[in-house]
Design a protein around this ligand. Structure first.
Ligand SMILES: [Zn+2]
Length: 133
């Protein structure tokens, strides 16, 4: 790309995460360019294959954008580690069997070109309410 006017600030493998970040950036008057979104939204496996959804911002807005991106990643990490979607408990147990099952379904569906992986991310059992997260 000659005379590059925008710069990569984030790569995300989940389409909804990318859209949340895009919204946060745009709320701060930052122009957002998203790449590889169409392909990445097929399955997470496809997203990994193309390196995820790339979020670019204009070069002159990179510092402002980077702060928002850092904060976003921090929140994302906390969210993923911490709470049960049903009761908000932090008392979650990682379910390795479900995780392996999910990985297997994902692999098969990627080979079959199907889209079976959406909404089946239940790796964690809540020890307080028994809900799968
Ligand atoms: Zn719970």
């Amino acid at each position: 790309m000659k005379n590059q006017k925008h710069i990569l600030v984030a790569q995300l493998f989940i389409s909804s995460d990318a859209h949340i970040l895009k919204g946060l950036l745009e709320a701060q008057d930052i122009t957002v360019f998203m790449f590889d979104e169409g392909f990445s939204s097929l399955t997470p496996a496809d997203a990994v294959a193309v390196g995820g959804i790339k979020i670019h911002v204009p070069f002159e807005q990179r510092n402002k954008a980077q702060k928002i991106v850092d904060k976003f990643y921090e929140n994302l990490k906390e969210e993923k580690i911490l709470k049960c979607a049903n009761c908000g408990s932090t008392n979650l147990k990682h379910d390795y069997i479900e995780h392996i099952k999910y990985g297997f379904i994902n692999l098969i569906s990627a080979f079959a070109g199907a889209n079976a992986s959406h909404g089946v991310r239940y790796y964690k059992s809540c020890l307080d309410c028994g809900d799968k997260n």
